[in-house]
Design a protein around this ligand. Structure first.
Ligand code: ADP
Ligand code: MG
Length: 348
């Protein structure tokens, strides 16, 4: 046998033998190495933190159980409805030990409190409870009560120290309702990315984190509601539609959570400086930010600050945009947006 024939016969045989040995050692590569696993769109829905979640994503398999486990972990950390959560135990002084989700929430909350001059403040809980929007029964509100509760409010009165939450007064309580839904969206989005999902929309109680395209092949579309005074939340007329390759968006409004008392409308956004529910012309604030957690907290901060100061804050914050809907002197709804918001807005 000449040298060329040996190469022509032996070499292919050698390749086959090595290939077979490889497949024997690593059988999984026979399928995943040669063929992409098929992806399809899934929808998972349910309830958490007293609100709904609606999650749509493209993946190789249904991630419902993984999503529920993550939402449970979340509930066990930040829910005020769950008496065993880290946050509830801190509020009742049963424990001051924190966990990772709590710490991430806390650090962002602290940053947004500074940025908004204390308009956003998770220590607002005693006031939220007194006004009947929290986790305890409404109290009879008097100026004296507000003054005494204001002593317990202020983000500088709490700090994180080596996985413990230190309060300057044991009566201080925290309320993460204005940031937790947004953070939940980020956490679920992260879970989806880890599972190789590149197209998803995570909606928790109206705060949304989305990326890529829907099953129709175009970017996801998120409607911004007209602020109609409709406590049932069933009336959805749209002011605008937001759509882009990646969006983290949150809306805070005073048009759903409110009640009337002696002819005065009391909304669920409390000004931590005055102790009273905000009363101004701003009806809703929608914020787009690098994370849904920031968008959520900033939207609440905007509602406290009012139109002009809110716009100023958002213009000064990098990669953050807003759409504010307010009532003008004649009571007609008007819209004002930050300079970069138009890149997210598409035709209705
Ligand atoms: P929505 O429920 O419309 O998304 P928000 O994100 O603005 O509204 O959250 C409102 C909730 O946040 C209130 O019900 C209350 O629990 C809490 N909250 C009210 N005022 C403040 C504030 N100034 N800073 C932080 N949280 C607040
Ligand atoms: Mg909010």
């Amino acid at each position: 046998m000449n040298k060329n024939r040996i190469i022509r016969i032996v070499l292919p045989l050698l390749f086959i033998a090595v290939g077979a040995a490889f497949l024997f050692l690593y059988p999984d590569t026979a399928t995943s190495g040669t063929k992409c696993e098929e992806q399809q769109y899934y929808i998972n829905q349910g309830h958490i933190f007293g609100t709904y979640f609606n999650i749509r994503y493209e993946a190789t398999h249904d991630l419902h159980n993984e999503i529920l486990a993550e939402l449970n972990r979340f509930d066990n950390s930040l829910s005020t409805f769950n008496p065993h959560s880290t946050l509830s135990k801190i509020n009742s002084n049963q424990s001051d030990t924190t966990d990772l989700l709590f710490e991430n929430m806390f650090l962002t909350a602290e940053r947004i409190s500074r940025l908004s001059d204390g308009a956003f403040d998770i220590t607002v809980a005693p006031l939220v409870n007194a006004w009947g929007f929290g986790f305890k029964n409404k109290e009879k509100v008097t100026p004296n009560l507000i003054d005494s509760l204001l002593q317990l409010v202020g983000y500088e009165k709490i700090r994180l120290e080596d996985h413990h939450l230190r309060k300057s007064d044991s009566r201080i309580m925290l309320d993460a309702s204005a940031i937790a839904k947004g953070y939940g969206c980020d956490v679920i989005a992260e879970l989806l990315k880890k599972n190789n999902s590149h197209n998803y929309l995570v909606d928790i109680g109206g705060e949304v984190s989305c990326k890529g395209t829907s099953s129709e092949g175009s970017f996801w579309r998120i409607g911004i509601d007209k602020p109609n005074y409709d406590p049932t939340g069933t009336n959805h007329e749209l002011t605008a539609v937001v759509s882009a390759a990646k969006v983290n968006i949150a809306t805070s409004g005073n048009y759903r959570q409110f009640y009337y008392e002696n002819g005065i409308r009391r909304s669920h956004t409390i000004n931590p400086h005055t102790g009273y529910p905000v009363e101004h012309q701003l009806l809703s604030a929608t914020v787009v930010a690098p994370s849904c957690m920031e968008a959520d907290a900033l939207a609440t901060a905007c509602m406290v600050l009012g139109k002009d100061r809110a716009l100023e804050m958002i213009e000064q914050t990098v990669a953050t945009e807003c759409m504010l809907i307010y009532a003008d002197e004649s009571g007609n709804n008007q819209v004002v947006t930050s300079n970069g918001m138009s890149k997210y807005i598409v035709n209705k």
